[in-house]
Design a protein around this ligand. Structure first.
Ligand SMILES: Cc1cc2nc3c(=O)[nH]c(=O)nc-3n(C[C@H](O)[C@H](O)[C@H](O)COP(=O)(O)OP(=O)(O)OC[C@H]3O[C@@H](n4cnc5c(N)ncnc54)[C@H](O)[C@@H]3O)c2cc1C
Length: 411
């Protein structure tokens, strides 16, 4: 009998964790193949470090064509263009431009979300970001040569879907205005560190903007602590500011408000992945995200899983949740392939570290109050800076295969 074929689409937190975890459990009992649009993948949480000049982007690069086959996982470089869930087929474009299709028995979608820069007028000319390696490199040139002036940092709107809903407890999927504001907080701290070191903080005005209530995924106490930090540093916070346009001197909201900005750093609006929007229509919700049950199985297609930022249940869009959803998907699928392992239970919690390397501390956040829990920690400490550095090294050392993490530490 032919071995079942598992296709994994995408190779960052979600795709890598799903592929490695499944392979470790099922060994040669299934053929596992990862399709990613580039041969290389980068560790995203350290891209802000690249932008302030403390990390070389090449040190964050993983060669998938070496790393995956070394663990018995097939790698295929290709840009996925469409998923036909009714006929178990994925269409993709090879690097030579040829369009091909491939059938699967099981599919794990880990394509991430779409960074909708096209929705922000002036982005191409004036916009800066840290979300991809090329953005972070371009921003580092600008930040390292910055002398004085106004900087605006913020996130675009999150075009979250709402129908059909995932089959998980309703409190696990809150409605969010921003998909990912952690990097905004982290960049605001990092720029303070960098500019203090350069001696130009006093000549710089930083304004942080948010499309809704800033860091609404954290508890009231943690948000208040952030306000106090901003007050003490002289950073202005502007809320309910839905970005519409960037010019050479300001950033403009939909309601016409303006923030002076010689440099605008944006975590772009988040939307559903364009590939999912042109795929089998009932695979996705009205925002282009995949609604699943608590085991990450599509509510419509029993042999399709979705993990990480592509999933409708991950709010906010966070690497920690991408890893959690991928582990749940992999252990659930392993059972279906005949391996009776414990299915990792999904429970959302916000866990991340906002690092400030120039000032030698990081703020470690652990918070589930948004989901109705009562854990709320936001701890600034030099140890948390070290933790982020070690985590980066660990991820790069294992090439994204964080097998020991369950035993050694948590984020
Ligand atoms: C600047 C920044 C810093 C962050 N820092 C942290 C942090 O410190 N901690 C944390 O927990 N989270 C952090 N996050 C969030 C975290 O990076 C994301 O939640 C996480 O990367 C989501 O993982 P994913 O695998 O689901 O999707 P993605 O990371 O978006 O990966 C998608 C993958 O799919 C591939 N792909 C996309 N389209 C196609 C296609 N058409 N065909 C083939 N392949 C395709 C991409 O190349 C990529 O490999 C940060 C986010 C940003 C933007």
């Amino acid at each position: 009998m032919a071995r079942p074929k598992v296709l994994v689409l995408g190779a960052r937190f979600g795709g890598l964790t799903a592929a490695y975890t499944l392979k470790r459990i099922v060994g040669s009992a299934a053929d596992i193949e990862v399709i990613n649009k580039s041969r290389y993948t980068y560790f995203r949480p350290a891209l802000p470090h690249v932008s302030v000049g403390v990390m070389d982007v090449e040190k964050l690069k993983i060669d998938l064509a070496e790393a995956l086959p070394a663990k018995g996982i097939k790698f295929q470089e290709g840009t996925v263009t469409r998923i036909e869930a009714e006929s178990n087929k994925v269409y993709y474009r090879l690097p030579n431009g040829n369009e091909v299709s491939e059938e699967y028995d099981y599919l794990i979608i880990a394509l991430g979300a779409h960074l909708a820069t096209e929705l922000v007028k002036g982005w191409d000319k004036y916009g800066y970001s840290v979300c991809e390696p090329e953005f972070a490199t371009k921003l580092s040139e600008r930040l390292l040569s910055f002398k004085k002036g106004n900087i605006a940092i913020g996130a675009g709107f999150f075009f979250q879907g709402s129908n059909p809903k995932p089959k998980v407890p309703e409190n696990y999927v809150p409605k969010a205005d921003a998909a990912c504001e952690g990097p905004v907080f982290e960049m605001s701290l990092m720029i303070h560190g960098l500019f203090t070191k350069k001696g130009i903080w006093k000549d710089t005005k930083v304004t942080v903007f948010s499309p809704g209530e800033y860091l609404s995924d954290l508890s009231r106490q943690s948000r208040e602590a952030v306000r106090q930090i901003y007050q003490s540093l002289g950073i202005e916070l502007v809320e309910n500011f839905k970005i519409k346009e960037i010019t050479d001197k300001e950033v403009i909201a939909e309601d016409g408000r303006k923030i002076p900005a010689d440099l605008t750093i944006l975590i772009p609006p988040y939307a559903g992945h364009p590939v999912l929007k042109v795929s089998t229509p009932d695979l996705v919700d009205d925002g282009g995200f995949v609604p699943t049950d608590i085991n990450m199985v599509s509510i419509k297609y029993d042999n399709v899983y979705a993990v990480g930022d592509s999933s409708a249940i991950t709010v906010p869009k966070l690497g920690y949740l991408a890893v959690k959803t991928a582990r749940t998907a992999a252990t659930h699928l392993a059972n279906r392939l005949g391996f009776p392992v414990e299915v990792e239970k999904y429970y959302p919690t916000i866990i991340c570290v906002a690092d400030n390397p120039y000032e030698g501390f990081g703020v470690a956040v652990k918070d589930d109050t948004w989901y109705g829990g009562n854990v709320s920690e936001a701890v600034p400490s030099p140890l948390n800076h070290l933790k982020k550095e070690l985590f980066t090294k660990y991820f790069m050392w294992t090439k994204g295969d964080m097998a020991l993490e369950n035993y050694m530490a948590s984020w």
